[in-house]
Design a protein around this ligand. Structure first.
Ligand code: ADP
Length: 377
């Protein structure tokens, strides 16, 4: 019975995947007001059932200060992590059927990118973000299919900071060792690519030949690795928080499935990308390293926008080469790959102009521009 239920569920999800139009999806998520913020001052005036959202300029009353956007989905401030994941699950599951999936979180620092992707610090299971839930789901399904499929899963984690890619799970001298490896049954303390379990040169792999790939058997292995990766992120002089808002972090899950009957294999991959904060910095206020960081972030985020836009327009030329971020993800964006962008909004009126530029970015990548739409309500 259980088996049939699983089959039916898989079929339902499969149909859902087939129905999802196009390969680029944009979900907008409004974060709730935090303690201490003034709840009366929201720039978001209305959220519709079909992905509409109305943003209001606090200093321009009336229609002139209003603008409507439309995305595949808008999650209001009361949406739970579980609800958000329900709409992400079909995409995640398609990885087991051989798709390459990229999930991004975009928005200014403090808008909830990490909350959506990972969850708050020391999250309870209920507060788990997309990446934990996705991995749990992938492992659960692969177990349910174990009579017909053998799934092997490997994980990579890299950071892009100032246009340089760093392997967060590597054994470089400046990086911490893996304390947990001593008690992890599945991970071996040497370069696992030599095992040939999964290789980075596969066509849908992350195009970082030197990034370590570690095999994982359960969500807990991945959680351990992520903790190590995050620790390695903090090696620089800046604090972890600052650093994470100025670098892109990419967690990649590679899956190889072997059909036990026929021996045929298929490969899929899931990239979970927490992007650097999109806020514009005032050139007159920052100099030196901070200005350089800001320029790199700017360049890579607009390169990402250009790539996704070109894909949404089905352009013949896709400008992947303009940033490290798009180069690294090149083989996983476009073609039959599926992309989901979470656009995060801070509802505070003080963030109006950042929110507006975030929404404009999102509108462009979704490939559906409403233009200077008037409020319908
Ligand atoms: P970012 O990664 O964009 O810099 P964070 O994810 O760190 O932003 O979110 C900023 C703060 O807001 C954190 O304290 C986080 O826990 C909180 N937060 C963000 N989104 C939510 C949410 N949906 N529900 C509750 N708290 C949230």
């Amino acid at each position: 019975e259980n088996y049939h239920a699983v089959l039916a569920e898989n079929r339902r999800l499969y149909n859902e995947i087939q129905e999802l139009k196009g390969n680029i999806r944009v979900y907008c998520r409004i974060r709730p007001f935090l303690p201490g913020e003034n709840r009366k001052q929201s720039t978001i005036d209305y959220i519709g059932e079909n992905g509409e959202l109305l943003i209001v300029n606090p200093s321009k009353p009336g229609k002139d200060g209003q603008r409507v956007f439309k995305f595949n989905k808008v999650f209001g401030s009361t949406a739970t992590q579980e609800q958000v994941f329900l709409d992400t699950q079909p995409l995640v599951r398609s990885v087991l059927d051989g798709y390459n999936v990229c999930i991004f979180a975009y928005g200014q620092t403090g808008s909830g990118k990490t909350y959506t992707m990972t969850g708050p610090e020391s999250a309870t299971e209920k507060e788990w973000g997309v990446n934990y839930r996705a991995l749990n789901d992938l492992f659960q399904i692969s177990r349910s299919r174990r009579d017909t499929y053998l799934y092997e899963v490997g994980v990579q984690m890299v950071e892009i900071y100032n246009e340089q890619v760093r392997d967060l799970l590597g054994h470089g001298s400046s990086q911490k060792k893996y304390p947990f490896l001593h008690n992890c049954r599945h991970c071996l303390p040497f370069n696992l690519r030599t095992l040939g379990i999964l290789t980075t040169s596969q066509p849908n792999g992350l195009a970082v030949p030197d990034a370590s790939m570690l095999p994982v058997k359960a969500t807990s292995d991945v959680l351990d690795l992520m903790q190590i990766g995050h620790g390695n992120r903090a090696v620089s002089a800046t604090t972890l928080n600052e650093r994470s808002s100025r670098s892109h972090s990419i967690l990649t899950v590679h899956v190889r499935g072997t059909d036990l009957k026929t021996g045929t294999t298929l490969r899929g991959s899931l990239h979970l990308v927490d992007l650097a904060g999109s806020e514009r910095v005032d050139r007159s206020e920052v100099t030196g390293d901070r200005l350089k960081e800001a320029q790199h972030i700017n360049k890579s985020l607009s390169a990402l926008g250009d790539v996704i836009f070109a894909l949404s327009q089905k352009n013949a030329h896709v400008p992947y080469r303009n940033s490290k971020l798009t180069q690294v993800l090149q083989s996983s964006l476009g073609g039959h790959a599926k992309t989901l962008m979470f656009v995060q909004i801070n509802p505070d009126t003080g963030s109006f102009s950042e929110s507006l530029s975030t929404l404009k970015f999102a509108e462009r990548v979704s490939g559906v521009e409403l233009g200077a739409a008037k409020s319908q309500k």
